[in-house]
Design a binder for this molecule. Structure first.
Ligand SMILES: Nc1ncnc2c1ncn2[C@@H]1O[C@H](COP(=O)(O)OP(=O)(O)OP(=O)(O)O)[C@@H](O)[C@H]1O
Ligand SMILES: [Mg+2]
Length: 162
């Protein structure tokens, strides 16, 4: 498993941007981590790199926000408030069939409905100070496409000029 230390919200957005520029249509990104870990912050950097101008906002109350104005559609989901009984209300397969990028915060509830290939990140605070901006990001690629995506994104993140 690959791990990365991120020192600021801006760096987290840059990591999101690296994931966006190396993403292909139908890619799926799962973001695990506690409240305030930085999942939405990462997605904001991702959205901006796709050319989405309006701010990416947390979809906590809407379950899904759709952004179709960028280089490829972004479907940003947050299942924090989703009960497993309400799972039928979201057609994940339909979103994955669109030539866009699906990002899911709090994905545990849909774990059983996932495709075979996806990139899973875990964002963790690694400093006790309440206002610390340090985070550990752990990468777990499920499948060949996710593994290739991870390699490209990390290369891009580590050598932004290349
Ligand atoms: N290194 C960092 N990465 C990301 N966010 C950071 C970092 N350091 C500080 N922050 C701040 O922490 C907060 C993270 O909030 P964010 O909404 O991104 O978390 P989240 O993981 O989406 O939480 P939730 O589970 O409630 O949706 C933001 O205010 C952000 O500016
Ligand atoms: Mg969030």
């Amino acid at each position: 498993m690959m791990q990365l230390t991120i020192n600021s919200a801006v760096a987290m957005q840059r990591l999101g941007a690296s994931l966006a520029t190396s993403a292909l249509p139908h890619d799926l990104l799962l973001l695990n981590g506690d409240l305030g870990a930085g999942k939405t912050t990462m997605t904001q950097g991702l959205g901006r790199a796709l050319g989405i101008r309006r701010p990416v906002k947390s979809p906590t109350f809407t379950l899904v926000r759709e952004y179709r104005e960028g280089k490829m559609p972004l479907f940003h989901m947050d299942f924090y408030r989703l009960e497993s009984a309400d799972l039928a209300s979201i057609d994940l397969t339909a979103y994955l069939n669109e030539p866009g990028l699906v990002v899911i915060e709090w994905p545990q509830v849909i774990q059983a409905a996932l495709p075979t290939d996806y990139l899973e990140l875990q964002l963790t605070r690694i400093d006790d100070a309440w206002d610390s901006t340090k985070r550990l990001v752990s990468f777990k690629a499920h499948g060949d496409r996710a593994a290739a995506w991870q390699v490209t994104a990390l290369k891009q993140f580590n050598q932004p000029e290349a």
